[in-house]
Design a protein around this ligand. Structure first.
Ligand SMILES: [Ca+2]
Length: 429
């Protein structure tokens, strides 16, 4: 056994290897070039974390088994191949303007080489193939190499903190990996988690989408985020039984589904796992697909869709910028002096089916009113929808049991300035 392996074993045996995450940086600036730039085909970056910062965050000497970066947006071009991460000890505390070359990877320990799926908006954790053992006194340098070879317009954006000296260098490449090209020094550094070895099982995952007990399109992304603890992978259970069977083990926290049956209820469960075992008491979630004659609108074709109506001046439009299903959504910039209504076709009397839809607000202080009316003239507010987070898609479920039809449902922008997108609207017959 080598020294690293022995130290890991000793720490495990001594019970000192508590499961913990240590965070460097609390800034709310955002940038898209560190640790990697998904808008470019290739790139490299190097980042220094000073020993005093690491100790200040509480990181103990010993094995580091992963790192995390805080994604600020909802990237859809999020699957990248051939990502490589390297770490070494260094005595250098910052980068001088001439220290802008890509280091020799042979001087580092390679801790990760795999594809990765970025999701948001939350911390994305990359668990190392083998731990890096920090000596507790040296600074750390992390080098990231993006050898994906593809770019995306819908790439991740990362929260970052600006310091008073250059602690990062980055360089992107088009068509070729930029081995020999000097990078750009910056005092901006992505907020970063350092994850130490886990000695306990992880806690259950947290549901992101689709909304539990709601409706979802027959092509969708199951999405969750990690609860407490440090899972290294997730067992996904999925099926029509309320005790769904095992489907697949995943190293990331989303899974695409296609071709689901109409008018069917599906159940799913995520069980985070690590070397200590499986998370316990993981809940079973469910969603239903719309029946073929049920209101089901993804805003992919002409706008407004047949039998939908826009009311107001400059009104709701179709947008290809953001979406959760297909490649478009309905969009309106809400303003503080006028309101705009997008209304559904006429819906039937109550039949126990809620309204389910995805919504994206660019501002935390904004709202979307859900209305109903039997004539599209006199509207009654059913519910005010507000974001839990800005700049991210959220699935919402609105109870319609108190509404007697036939009637129309309306989406009305609130009197607060914000970009609002809605997609995957599913309602009654
Ligand atoms: Ca859509």
């Amino acid at each position: 056994m080598n020294r690293t392996g022995l130290l890991v074993l000793l720490l495990l045996l001594s019970g000192l290897a508590a499961a913990e995450v240590f965070t460097i940086g609390t800034g709310t600036d955002t940038q898209s070039y560190l640790p990697y730039d998904g808008s470019q085909d290739y790139g490299w970056s190097k980042i220094i974390y000073q020993a005093s910062e690491l100790s200040g965050a509480g990181l103990p000497a010993g094995p580091i088994c992963g790192i995390g970066f805080h994604v600020a947006n909802y990237p859809t071009g999020n699957f990248v191949v051939n990502q490589q991460v390297f770490i070494r000890h260094t005595q250098v505390g910052f980068y001088s303007l001439t220290d802008n070359a890509m280091p020799d990877a042979a001087e580092f320990q390679k801790v990760y080489e795999a594809s990765f799926t970025w999701t948001g908006a939350f911390w994305n954790q990359i668990m190392f193939d083998s731990p890096f053992v920090w000596d507790g006194t040296s600074n750390l340098e992390i080098m990231w190499q993006n050898r994906d070879g593809m770019y995306s317009l819908n790439h991740p954006v990362f929260y970052a903190t600006v310091s008073n000296e250059n602690r990062a260098v980055y360089k992107h490449g088009i068509y070729l990996f930029p081995d020999d090209e000097p990078g750009i020094c910056t005092a901006t550094r992505p907020n970063t988690q350092f994850i130490t070895l886990e000695s306990t099982i992880p806690e259950p995952a947290v549901l992101c989408s689709p909304a539990n007990d709601g409706y979802a399109m027959p092509e969708l992304l199951l999405k969750w985020k990690c609860g407490n603890g440090v899972p290294t992978s997730y067992d996904l259970y999925f099926g029509t039984s309320n005790n769904p069977p095992f489907l697949v083990n995943l190293s990331h926290n989303s899974y695409p589904l296609n071709g689901l049956l109409p008018g069917t209820t599906y159940h799913w469960k995520v069980v985070p796992r690590n070397s200590n075992g499986l998370a316990e008491n993981c809940p079973v979630w469910s969603f239903s697909t719309p029946a073929t004659n049920q209101l089901s609108q993804s805003f992919e074709g002409t706008f407004p869709p047949p039998a939908w109506v826009c009311q107001g001046g400059a009104n709701w439009t179709r947008s290809g910028l953001r979406y959760t299903h297909g490649q478009a959504s309905a969009y309106k910039h809400a303003v503080n002096f006028e309101q705009y209504i997008l209304s559904t076709p006429q819906l039937s009397t109550a039949n126990g089916i809620p309204l389910t839809f995805d919504v994206f607000f660019s501002q935390l202080s904004s709202q979307l009113e859900i209305l109903y009316s039997d004539d599209r003239v006199n509207w009654t507010i059913l519910q005010n929808i507000v974001p839990n987070e800005e700049n991210t898609w959220e699935s919402k479920v609105v109870d319609l049991s108190l509404v007697n039809g036939p009637y129309y449902l309306g989406f009305r922008t609130g009197m607060l300035s914000s970009d609002i997108y809605i997609d995957a609207v599913i309602g009654r017959f």
